[in-house]
Unconditional design. Structure first.
Lengths: 462, 97
C-alpha cells in the first residue's frame, strides 16, 4: 500500500493535519494506537455515554477536541485506529501492526504527531502500586469514569495538576491534598517573563480560574514541598515530605510534560537540548521539517506548546506537505500559513512564563538518594548509575552495558531523561553533552508470528 | 467484572481493586499501571493467553481473561510444534562476507 501523506498520532496535531491534507487533495492516512481519535488530551472524545464526558466535569477545553474529531471523520483522510507503528524507514516506509497482523505502507511524506509524555517523577517509592501519574488519573476519568477509591494526594506542579484536582473534585472524589513542588524562586523567574502576557491573556486567565477553582473546591494546597517520598509494604500507604506526611492509597505525580521522542530518536533525526523546558526535542524548522526530508513533526513532539498550538502546527505541516507534493504553490502555501502563524504566536506567548513558573527542581531530573529507582523496568537505582559513571560509562548508551538500564520493556522511555541528568550531574557536565539513548525498532514489542506474516515482497533484499 | 464500554484492560485491573497487575522480571516486586498511556509498560499482563501485553492499550471486551504477568515469560519446550516452519527459508547467498 502507498499513500501521499502518512500521519502518526491522532491527537490535536494529527487530526488537524489529516483533515487539511485531505482537503488539499493528498491521499492521507492517519495512524493511531488508540481505538478512537483524540490523543491523550482529547482521549475518548467521541464517547457519548457515561458521566465523565459531560462538559461541566472535564471542562470546555476538553470538548474543543470534538470539532477536530468531527472534521476528521467528515474528511477524505483514511483513519486507521488500534495500529502500532513499530518501524519507520528514512524513505517513508512504515511498518505497522493491527490486531496482531503486520503490514507496511509506503508514504511519500511522513508526519510524526506523537505528542508528549509526562516527565518521569523519580521519588523514593514511585514504583509502589498506588503511585501513578496525574495524566493516568485523567485518562481513567475520561475513558472509564473511574475516580480513585480512597484517599488520594496530588503532588508536583503545572497546570495539569490543578486541572486534574478540579476534575476529580467535580467527579465527587476531591483529593485529600495538593502538594505543590514549584520552588519559590520560580515565581520570581516567571514574574520577569510577564512581558508577553498581554498576548497570552486568555491562557493566563484560564490558569487563574484553575487556581481559584481548586481553592473554592476546598482542596488544601501546600506550597514549596520538598523531599517527597512514597511508603508502603505491597502498595502505597503514606506520602511523606520534609515536615509532613499523609496516609493515602493513591498518589498522582506530575512535573510537566516533555516531547515523546522515541520515534524521532530511533530515526536519528537531529535533536537539541531545550534548556527552558529541560528536555530533548527534535530540531524542526517553521514548517515542522526535520533533518530528514521525508519526515516532519507537528505538535508537542517537537517542543511543548499545548493542544491549541498543536492544531496550528499540524495545519502548517499539512500545507507544507501539499506544497512539497505539488498540490499547492509555495506562494499559496505561504498565504494560507500567515493567519495560522499569527494565531500560533498568540498561543506561544504564554510559554516562557509557564516554562519559568513550572521549571522542575534539579532533584526531579536527578534524584539525590542513591537507592531511588531510575529504571523501573530493570530496577536500576540512581546509585548504580553513579557507580557505572565512576567505572567509566560516559553516556546513556554505554550505561546499558554496565547496568541494563533502559533495556527493559519500555526501552528507556521513562528512564531516558533521568539517566541523562544523573550521568551529567555525576560527570559535572551539561545534560546536552551527555546525549540520549538511541532507541531502535521495534518501537513496541511485536510477535515473531506478526513479523513472519508480513508481506514478503521486500524480502530477501536484492 | 463489569467495566464501562471502551475502558482498557488496565482500567479493569484497577477497578477490580487488585494491588498489582504484574510482578517484575528482576525482583518479583508487585507493580500496577503507572502512566495509562502506553509509555511505562508497568501494566503488562497476560490477556487471553498472550503474555506481556500493555493492558492500558487493550480495550476490555466481554469474556476477556486478564491474568497477572508473573516475572519473565517462560518457554515450555513441550509446547513447541513438531512440524517444520511452513514458510520458505531463503538459501544463503554466495559471495561476499
Amino acid at each position: 500500500m502507498s499513500v501521499d501523506f502518512a500521519i502518526v498520532g491522532a491527537g490535536p496535531a494529527g487530526m488537524a493535519a489529516a483533515t487539511l491534507a485531505a482537503e488539499l487533495g493528498l491521499d492521507t492516512l492517519l495512524i493511531d494506537e488508540q481505538d478512537g481519535p483524540g490523543g491523550q488530551i482529547y482521549r475518548a472524545i467521541e464517547r457519548t455515554e457515561g458521566g465523565a464526558s459531560t462538559p461541566s466535569l472535564l471542562g470546555p477545553d476538553y470538548l474543543a477536541g470534538q470539532s477536530l474529531a468531527t472534521a476528521l471523520r467528515a474528511s477524505a483522510a483514511r483513519y486507521r485506529p488500534a495500529t502500532t507503528v513499530w518501524h519507520i524507514d528514512p524513505d517513508g516506509t512504515l511498518s505497522l501492526i493491527t490486531e496482531g497482523v503486520g503490514d507496511s505502507v509506503a508514504a511519500r511524506r511522513v508526519l510524526l504527531a506523537t505528542g508528549a509524555i509526562e516527565r518521569a517523577v523519580p521519588i523514593p517509592g514511585w514504583t509502589l502500586p498506588g503511585v501513578m501519574t496525574v495524566g493516568a488519573a485523567q485518562i481513567l476519568l475520561k475513558t472509564a469514569d473511574l475516580v480513585p477509591d480512597g484517599r488520594a494526594v496530588l503532588a508536583g506542579q503545572g497546570p495539569l495538576l490543578y486541572l486534574a484536582a478540579l476534575q476529580l473534585a467535580r467527579a465527587g472524589a476531591p483529593p485529600l491534598a495538593l502538594l505543590e513542588t514549584a520552588p519559590h524562586e520560580n515565581y520570581h523567574a516567571a514574574a520577569r517573563r510577564l512581558g508577553g502576557l498581554w498576548a497570552a491573556r486568555r491562557a493566563f486567565g484560564k490558569g487563574l480560574a484553575l487556581l481559584y477553582g481548586v481553592r473554592r473546591a476546598g482542596i488544601p494546597v501546600r506550597h514549596g514541598v520538598r523531599g517527597l517520598r512514597a511508603f508502603g509494604r505491597t502498595r502505597l500507604e503514606r506520602v511523606v515530605w520534609d515536615g509532613g506526611e499523609i496516609a493515602a492509597e493513591h498518589l498522582f505525580l506530575h512535573e510537566g510534560v516533555i516531547p515523546n521522542t522515541q520515534m524521532s530518536l530511533a530515526l536519528q533525526l537531529a535533536h537539541e537540548w531545550d534548556e527552558a523546558q529541560l528536555c530533548w526535542r527534535p530540531r524542526v524548522d517553521e514548517w515542522g521539517r526535520t533533518s530528514l526530508p521525508t519526515i516532519a513533526i507537528a505538535g508537542d513532539g517537537a517542543g511543548i506548546a499545548g493542544a491549541e498550538a498543536a492544531v496550528l502546527l499540524g495545519r502548517l505541516a499539512a500545507l507544507d506537505a501539499a506544497a512539497a507534493l505539488g498540490r499547492l504553490g509555495e506562494a499559496e502555501r505561504d498565504r494560507r500559513a500567515a493567519p495560522i502563524r499569527a494565531e500560533l504566536a498568540r498561543e506561544r506567548a504564554i510559554r516562557p512564563f509557564l516554562d519559568a513558573l513550572y521549571r522542575p527542581r534539579r532533584s526531579v531530573l536527578a534524584p539525590a538518594e542513591d537507592d531511588t529507582i531510575a529504571c523501573r523496568c530493570e530496577e536500576v537505582t540512581v546509585g548504580q548509575i553513579r557507580r557505572a559513571v565512576r567505572l567509566g560509562a560516559p553516556g546513556p548508551n554505554q550505561l546499558k552495558a554496565f547496568t541494563r538500564c533502559g533495556m527493559g520493556p519500555c526501552q528507556g522511555r521513562i528512564c531516558g531523561p533521568i539517566v541523562g541528568a544523573v550521568i551529567a550531574a555525576a560527570r559535572g557536565v551539561p545534560i546536552a553533552a551527555v546525549g540520549t539513548y538511541r532507541p531502535r525498532a521495534p518501537y513496541k514489542p511485536i510477535t515473531v508470528g506478526a513479523l513472519a506474516g508480513m508481506s514478503t515482497a521486500k524480502w530477501p533484499p536484492a | 467484572m463489569t467495566v464501562p464500554q471502551g475502558a482498557s484492560a488496565a482500567s479493569a485491573v484497577l477497578l477490580a481493586g487488585l494491588a498489582g497487575a504484574r510482578e517484575t522480571a528482576i525482583s518479583g516486586s508487585g507493580r500496577a499501571p503507572y502512566c495509562m498511556m502506553g509509555v511505562c509498560f508497568d501494566c503488562l499482563a497476560e490477556i487471553d493467553g498472550v503474555p506481556n501485553r500493555q493492558s492500558c492499550m487493550v480495550t476490555a471486551l466481554p469474556g476477556m481473561r486478564i491474568r497477572r504477568q508473573r516475572g519473565a515469560r517462560t518457554i515450555d519446550p513441550d509446547a513447541a510444534p513438531d512440524a517444520p516452519p511452513s514458510f520458505p527459508i531463503p538459501e544463503p547467498r554466495s559471495g561476499g562476507a
